[in-house]
Design a protein around this ligand. Structure first.
Ligand SMILES: Cc1cc2nc3c(=O)[nH]c(=O)nc-3n(C[C@H](O)[C@H](O)[C@H](O)COP(=O)(O)OP(=O)(O)OC[C@H]3O[C@@H](n4cnc5c(N)ncnc54)[C@H](O)[C@@H]3O)c2cc1C
Length: 410
């Protein structure tokens, strides 16, 4: 097969952009094909009533060795202040320090139990190992869903225990804006969904809605949700182990609701966290005045987020605003000047929040990092062992896949 370019990269998110940049830097030719009309994937910054907000990635996780934290610092991008306070609204008002300490101690114990099992190589549902708590167990479950996209009963202890946490930072213009600047010089064909990848020992033919392109190797960074449901057809079909890996790394649900106000209706410090004590699954957690803007960003996750997202924007906004009203009073409704929501779950090119390994499947992230016939390489957040579900993890896998491709092509 004669090649139009050395490498095609499918997807212009964190993984795809870094993969393309690495290959270009080594003098090979690259074409990135992106289904959307913008780059950044699950990291994008939007405008709401003149204020920036990130419907997807927002935190620069593990800033100690997060490539984008270094890139932001070197580019002179301003970092944001960290949250000043974390509050919980209860049936009788704001929780006092003793209640918060009790909740925090239980959350720590629950994570320790998961880590302990994972460290021992036990790969069972996280819900099976967490201790019970009469007051805060539901809150742990929904918090876990916010971190993983799914409740503890759906997630592997071993997978969770492999995740490496660190110091989280944020940048004032937004994570999406940072990625947009980072990827500005990458050759990306936008609005070009890939439909089919035909591969054999001699090369790869990539069919898009706008025509076909041939290459020596391909890096596929579309989400596991897109790939598992056959959003891109492979011919011949992917080996069974890869299809199995994609299916056992589903995307959970993570969605956001942004509410903009014409003034400070909260009376809290900028960058405060607010949550609501709850039983069951119906809840939303807020960042209040992130970056000092008169905006509240609600985070919805897990099964409840899935149901609410299906109901649409108005239902998401109503629920989020209704929760804020409990703590800040009905007058905030009069000060609201805008609202917006994400819809990652129903986005045909994303399909959810971020990947989690189902119980028994912690090992399958490794499967995806093995190339097929030195022609098809996978990258993206689901391929990262220590930083799955993050922009920095995706970025690391983009670098790794590019290095592997370059080796294979020499
Ligand atoms: C609500 C939410 C909050 C989050 N918060 C954080 C956070 O604070 N910090 C953090 O680090 N991470 C966060 N994440 C996770 C983070 O956004 C992702 O892990 C990361 O952006 C994934 O990057 P990626 O390159 O693997 O995939 P993506 O960003 O999904 O990129 C893949 C690209 O492939 C494209 N594509 C799909 N199908 C096709 C096709 N057929 N043809 C061509 N292109 C295609 C997609 O359009 C997409 O642009 C959050 C995610 C969500 C949803």
């Amino acid at each position: 097969m004669k090649s139009d370019v050395d490498v095609v990269v499918v997807g212009a998110g964190s993984a795809g952009l870094s993969a393309a940049k690495t290959i270009l830097a080594q003098g090979c030719t690259v074409q990135v094909l992106e289904a959307k009309d913008r780059i950044g994937g699950r990291a994008t910054t939007l405008d709401l009533s003149g204020m920036p907000w990130d419907p997807g990635a927002y935190w620069l996780h593990h800033s100690e060795d997060n490539f984008f934290a270094k890139y932001a610092a070197e580019s002179g991008v301003q970092f944001d202040e960290m949250p000043r306070s974390s509050r919980m609204w209860t049936a009788t008002g704001w929780a006092d320090e003793a209640i918060m300490a009790e909740r925090d101690a239980y959350f720590d114990a629950a994570f320790e139990a998961i880590d302990k099992m994972g460290a021992a190589g036990v790969d069972v549902p996280a819900s099976e190992v967490i201790p019970t708590h009469p007051r805060f167990q539901s809150m742990f479950s929904t918090w876990y869903a916010a971190l993983s996209g799914a409740e503890p009963e759906f997630c592997s202890t071993l997978d969770q225990s492999r995740y490496r946490d660190g110091v989280n930072l944020r940048v004032k213009p937004g994570y999406g804006a940072l990625l947009a600047a980072y990827g500005a010089d990458v050759p990306v064909a936008l609005s070009t969904p890939v439909e089919r990848i035909v591969w054999d020992k001699s090369g790869v033919r990539v069919e898009t809605i706008k025509g076909a392109i041939t290459c020596r190797a391909i890096i596929v960074t579309a989400s596991t949700a897109v790939l598992a449901r056959g959003g891109i057809k492979f011919e011949p079909a992917l080996p069974a182990a890869y299809q199995d890996a994609l299916e056992r790394l589903p995307l959970g649900t993570a969605e956001k609701v942004a509410l903009a106000f014409d003034r400070d209706v909260f009376g809290l410090a900028d960058n405060s966290h607010v949550q609501f004590e709850h039983q069951g699954e119906e809840t939303v957690r807020f960042q209040i005045k992130p970056g000092g803007y008169h905006i509240a960003i609600g985070y919805l996750a897990g099964r409840f987020a899935e149901q609410l997202e299906k109901q649409g924007t108005a239902a998401m906004v109503d629920f989020a605003e209704g929760q804020l009203v409990k703590a800040f009073g009905a007058d905030i409704r009069k000060a609201r000047i805008g609202a917006d929501t994400s819809h990652w779950r129903s986005d045909p090119y994303i399909g959810g929040g971020y990947s989690y390994a189902v119980p028994g499947a912690a090992g399958v992230r490794d499967t995806l990092t093995n190339p097929i016939n030195e022609r098809i390489f996978f990258a993206g957040e689901a391929c990262s062992l220590p930083h799955f579900g993050t922009v920095n993890g995706a970025n690391e896998t983009g670098f790794a896949a590019a290095a592997a491709v370059l080796l294979a092509l020499t």
